[in-house]
Design a protein around this ligand. Structure first.
Ligand code: C2E
Ligand code: CA
Ligand code: CA
Ligand code: CA
Length: 279
């Protein structure tokens, strides 16, 4: 029912409202995007700030339709999820990111981890663990160099199945990070039960450090929670020296954000020396 033909057929249904039509056009374009390689990945470095060393990159999906404007993932990922297209697109992201990380390693750059976002829809796919294993085998990337970013909402259904999947991924040697930590449901309950390695403090908490100060105690609490549970911690969305300073003072030493580096194409990453080591 989701073939291009079906889309076109419904597209001309006069009863359909403008929003529905727009959605169908977009859905059709997303099918085409996958087939015709219109997606690319950009990579945003993650740093150990005191040493200035790059420790990883997060792979971020970009879509540039031919002749059109670039569309933000925030706008099209929900539709990929609704249509199930996130499964093949997500596999493409995983494979592309692994191949890129391997290429950088072979070019004698410092060994870095690549973090890949996994949507809850992908996470619930029965074949997820096999897909990840197959992509790692096929690309040959060291499993310890792959980090999967999941959000707390993966746990909304069937907690036992979630724990089993996470355990299988962890046992393969992959690292697991909870993305947007603190914005989901029941964070604290899951923390004890999920076999994850890292917490990624959501940008919304980091954002308020400078102006409101209201989120300072929350960041402090997340960092000490991570420490007490033996988990790594990273802050995303770091934009100002004040935010960096406060995070450092709390003991959150890994950071990602515009202050250090925007997401860049693989070519830009390769061509800028300052990406690999902060001044
Ligand atoms: P996210 O995983 O929380 O990714 C971080 C977002 O914050 C990225 O937006 C990044 O460009 C942006 N960002 C990084 N540093 C800063 C900063 O200092 N300030 C501000 N204001 N923003 C910053 P992007 O690339 O637009 O991605 C948006 C969301 O789309 C991601 O949020 C993630 O949830 C989703 N996404 C992106 N790529 C993928 C993918 O390959 N698979 C899946 N499932 N989701 C993806
Ligand atoms: Ca992420
Ligand atoms: Ca995030
Ligand atoms: Ca976020």
């Amino acid at each position: 029912a989701r073939s291009g033909g079906a889309c076109n057929h419904r597209f001309f249904d006069p009863a359909m409202n403008a929003a529905e039509q727009e959605r169908l056009v977009l859905e059709h374009a997303l099918h085409r995007a996958l087939k015709q390689n219109e997606f690319v990945l950009h990579y945003q470095p993650q740093y150990d700030v005191p040493s200035g060393r790059i420790v990883g990159v997060e792979a971020l999906l970009r879509w540039q339709p031919p002749g059109g404007e670039r569309i933000s993932p925030a706008a099209f990922i929900p539709l990929l999820e609704e249509t199930g297209l996130i499964v093949p697109v997500g596999e493409w992201v995983l494979r592309t990111a692994c191949l890129q990380a391997l290429k950088w390693q072979q070019a004698a750059h410092p060994p870095i981890r690549v973090a890949v976002n996994l949507s809850a829809v992908q996470f619930r796919q029965a074949g997820l663990v096999q897909t990840v294993r197959r992509v790692l085998d096929e690309t040959g990337l060291d499993r310890r160099c792959l980090e999967l970013e999941i959000t707390e909402n993966i746990a909304l259904h069937n907690e036992e199945a979630v724990i089993s999947t996470l355990t299988q991924l962890r046992d393969m040697g992959i690292r697991l990070a909870i993305d947007d930590f603190g914005t989901g449901y029941s964070s604290l309950h899951y923390l004890q039960r999920f076999p994850v390695h890292k917490l990624k403090i959501d940008r919304s908490f980091v954002k308020d450090i400078t102006d409101a100060k209201a989120d300072r105690p929350i960041i402090k609490a997340i960092v000490s929670l991570a420490r007490n549970l033996g988990l790594a911690v990273i802050a995303e969305g770091v934009e100002t020296p004040q935010q960096e300073e406060f995070l450092r003072s709390c003991g959150c030493l890994e950071m990602q954000g515009y202050l250090f580096c925007h997401p860049l194409s693989s070519e830009d990453i390769e061509n800028r020396n300052s990406v690999w080591q902060l001044a």
